[in-house]
Design a binder for this molecule. Structure first.
Ligand code: 4NP
Length: 161
């Protein structure tokens, strides 16, 4: 039974946060923590609710060995702030939107910035929005998320010890 829960959040929940959900779940499944952690993703906007991840995100993820096809976009809900232990934003804009959306200021401490908090060794502190760019943006999103997922797994290991 899961004892810890992580929600990844971007704007549309069709590019970055579903990629984070798919990659993090895949990596987690190879660890002793796999049954202990529940993972989900959501968007701060309702624009793409019900949609599958962007075909470009799915294609690049598949090429790298990750399946995103089971994911459907949903919007962040008030209850998420209560139910999830960690709410992980892909960029500053979504980080601040999450702070505004939090029903209580007490929930702010659950909100983290994925790269800055879990992969501080990387040259970037935000996962760039790939939506209006080309394929290379989606490849970069995968590389950044892979590194930060390893950092988040190490963080959860320390909590579990
Ligand atoms: P995401 O990317 O936040 O990583 O899912 C975007 C998806 C859609 C839009 C912007 C960013 N949009 O403007 O529709």
């Amino acid at each position: 039974m899961p004892r810890f829960s992580v929600l990844f959040v971007c704007l549309g929940n069709i590019c970055r946060s579903p990629t984070a959900e798919g990659i993090f779940k895949h990596k987690l499944d190879q660890t002793e923590l796999s049954d202990l952690v529940f993972v989900d993703s959501a968007g701060t906007s309702a624009h793409h609710v019900g949609e599958s991840p962007d075909p470009r995100a799915q294609e690049e993820a598949k090429r790298a060995g990750y399946d995103l096809s089971f994911i459907r976009s949903r919007q962040v809900r008030d209850v998420d702030f209560h139910e999830f232990d960690l709410i992980v934003a892909m960029d500053d804009s979504n980080y601040y939107n999450l702070q505004d959306l939090a029903p209580e200021p007490d929930y702010h401490e659950k909100i983290k910035l994925f790269l800055a908090d879990f992969a501080p060794q990387l040259p970037k502190r935000e996962v760039p929005d790939p939506y209006y760019g080309g394929k290379q943006g989606f490849v970069e999103v995968i590389e950044l998320i892979e590194a930060a997922s390893d950092g988040l797994i190490e963080h959860l290991r320390k909590l579990h010890q």
